[in-house]
Design a protein around this ligand. Sequence first.
Ligand SMILES: Cc1cc2nc3c(=O)[nH]c(=O)nc-3n(C[C@H](O)[C@H](O)[C@H](O)COP(=O)(O)O)c2cc1C
Length: 169
Amino acid sequence: MEFLELARNRYSERSFAAKPVEEEKLYKILEAGRIAPTACNNQPQRFYVLKSKAALSKAAKLTRTYNAPVVVLVCYVESDAWHNPRDGFCSGDMDASIAASSMMFEAEDLGVHSIWLRGFDSGAVQTAFELPVGTIPSLMLALGYPTANAAPFKLHGEREHMEEFVVEL
Ligand SMILES: Cc1cc2nc3c(=O)[nH]c(=O)nc-3n(C[C@H](O)[C@H](O)[C@H](O)COP(=O)(O)O)c2cc1C
């Protein structure tokens, strides 16, 4: 499928079936995150794969996960991330987000639906999953197959026109 068609078809899934994601597909999704570009190739991204009942129920208490059978908690190690000497900017969140986007589209390509989740409290996530000090949660990417009634929310179709985004200088 052409990439733009894939990107247009993708929507945030909020109705996951109980069907698990096959291990081979999950591996490919994680591989897309592993090979993603990062600032200075520092590779600060870390993927915590939440699959056990206990881990998924912890995640669901931190933010709505829509019964997804797998949730990838995408983090970055702050000391590994690039820090711009000019202004101190830390690339960690950006690196983690690029990795997550790659995983989101790889999932879509494999027929696995997803939703990006950021409605959690970072400190609560650190505590719940006992993350090492300096490992910062960026987002959760919930993955799985849609239920028979699944459909995009109205917001999926609501995008501004190109002129709102593009400024030519
Ligand atoms: C940074 C970010 C954070 C988001 N956090 C949540 C969230 O916590 N819960 C949720 O239901 N959707 C969340 N979403 C999904 C957005 O609501 C969704 O992408 C947007 O409404 C457009 O819909 P679409 O993805 O179906 O095209 C998030 C998306 C992004 C990119």
